[in-house]
Design a protein around this ligand. Structure first.
Ligand code: FAD
Length: 433
């Protein structure tokens, strides 16, 4: 047994796990953070660095459905399902379908907005506390449209933002090029989202969280978590090397891999990986101040990590398939349409797993089966955006305080057709999962 005597173990040192570990250590708990890799090397390493408070819309909304057939038929389209993976996706896709009912969409929008309304302020506060306030840019994000027709096709997105009061400013082509002269003259219209900021380096954010956590006495262990032992309540975590780690409470933040851990607890969750790609270009031959997205071409460009990062795309192919870097090359091709002077020199490609639920809403919840276990996962395209808010809410939940927002919509019960029987685990001999 590893003798650290933690009273709380956080599994997964991505941006979600490190933010929670730091929050709980700050609250006086004795926290151990466990990851099989060095901290921050999962999805949190290579995301698009955007505090994307204007992107909380459910993926199952009508405008996505309208474009889906065309996207799926196009080998260079923004969504790709590897044919061999299709049968495994059916149950997830069925839930995705249920999440597209109009009344459900309204609920999901409100649930995303409730997090995004807090996300920028919470991230700013946390970064200030960590001494890295200057790691967030002042500039917002520009959404590009070739013409009126493209703008109208994205209208539902803008309408949702208006409904929830998120700031935005419509620009014509001239005003756009005043802000970003490198953008092609083919773009006739744009929307500036001033609150959609980006970080100078999302990986550096995670590293700083780990450093601050350790500075408060938190412990980081490198180990692969295999399962759990309990006798009624949780007793310990089982590691791959056969050792165990005592734990009174555990928070599962293993990103897209959390479903595997939940399965060992007999508590399946419909978590998929939406694989995404980036190309980090260190000699792009141009500079940008804002991040840009072009909804009709489905890519994003962010000035970050000392260069320019081009990324996006969704590939449904599971956790184990090797990367297909042609996906990254497609987004670069699209980015060159927007930025004709972009050069791809000193470039590296990367693939990461977005942890995604079919309803686009994260899981911030106690386990429905095993007292002492909590989940914080499924942040999908917005894990970086939601990390500071998630840490705050999970801190309140785990500490038995009333959370700032009603956490019922983010509860694990939403996945059980009949609802979980909470606290139904009976005391008994030690069980292995
Ligand atoms: C291309 C791309 C662009 C993105 N852009 C943005 C963006 O601009 N803004 C935004 O907000 N979000 C963005 N995201 C999403 C964001 O990156 C994720 O939502 C977020 O990083 C998830 O964080 P996490 O901590 O849950 O998971 P991860 O960062 O993946 O961390 C999970 C950790 O768990 C560990 N782990 C897994 N299983 C085990 C085990 N059994 N034992 C021990 N350790 C384990 C892993 O090693 C990993 O370190 C993007 C994602 C991608 C792929």
């Amino acid at each position: 047994m590893i003798n650290t005597n933690p009273d709380l173990v956080v599994v997964g040192a991505g941006v979600i796990g490190t933010a929670i570990a730091y929050e709980m250590q700050k609250r006086g708990r004795k926290v151990t953070l466990v990851d099989r890799e060095a901290p921050g090397r999962g999805a949190s390493f290579g995301n698009m660095a955007s505090i994307a408070v204007t992107e909380f819309m459910p993926a199952s909304r009508p405008s996505v459905w309208r474009q889906m057939p065309g996207w799926l038929m196009d080998p260079e389209g923004p969504i790709r399902v590897r044919p061999g993976y299709l049968p495994k996706l059916v149950p997830w896709f069925f839930r995705f379908l249920l999440a597209s009912r109009p009344a459900k969409l309204r609920e999901l929008e409100a649930q995303g907005a409730a997090l995004c309304e807090r996300a920028l302020g919470d991230t700013q506060r946390l970064m200030h506390e960590l001494g890295i306030a200057d790691h967030m840019t002042e500039q917002g994000c520009l959404s590009l449209y070739t013409d009126e027709a493209e703008f109208r096709a994205d209208r539902d997105h803008i309408e949702i933002l208006e409904r929830f009061g998120f700031a935005h400013e419509v620009l014509d082509g001239w005003a756009l090029r005043e802000l970003e002269p490198e953008i092609t003259k083919k773009i006739g219209k744009a929307v500036l989202f001033p609150e959609n900021r980006s970080l100078r380096d999302p990986y550096a954010y995670v590293c700083r969280l780990v450093e601050a956590f350790q500075g408060l006495g938190g412990r980081v262990i490198r180990a692969n978590v295999q399962g759990f032992e309990r006798a009624g309540h949780l007793q310990s975590i089982r590691l791959q090397d056969g050792q165990t780690l005592d734990a009174q409470q555990v928070v599962l933040c293993a990103g897209a891999f959390t479903a595997r851990l939940a399965a060992t607890l007999g508590e399946p969750i419909p978590l998929e990986t939406e694989r995404g790609y980036h190309t980090q270009i260190m000699a792009p031959g141009l500079s940008l101040r804002h991040s840009i997205i072009w909804p009709a071409r489905a890519f994003m460009v962010t000035p970050t990590a000392g260069g320019i990062r081009v990324g996006g795309t969704v590939e449904m192919a599971g956790l184990d398939a090797p990367p297909d870097y042609r996906r990254a090359q497609v987004t670069v091709k699209r980015a060159k349409e927007a930025l004709p002077n972009l050069r791809v020199e000193q470039a590296t490609e990367w693939m990461g797993h977005r942890p995604a639920f079919p309803d686009t809403v994260p899981l911030l919840s106690p386990s429905g089966k095993v007292p002492g276990i909590f989940y914080a996962t499924g942040h999908g395209h917005l894990g970086l955006t939601y990390a500071a808010t998630t840490a705050r809410l999970m801190g309140q939940l785990i500490s038995g305080e009333t959370p700032d927002i009603d956490l019922r919509p983010y509860h694990i019960d939403r996945f059980a057709w009949g609802g979980h029987a909470e606290g139904s685990v009976m005391a008994g001999p030690v069980e292995r999962y």
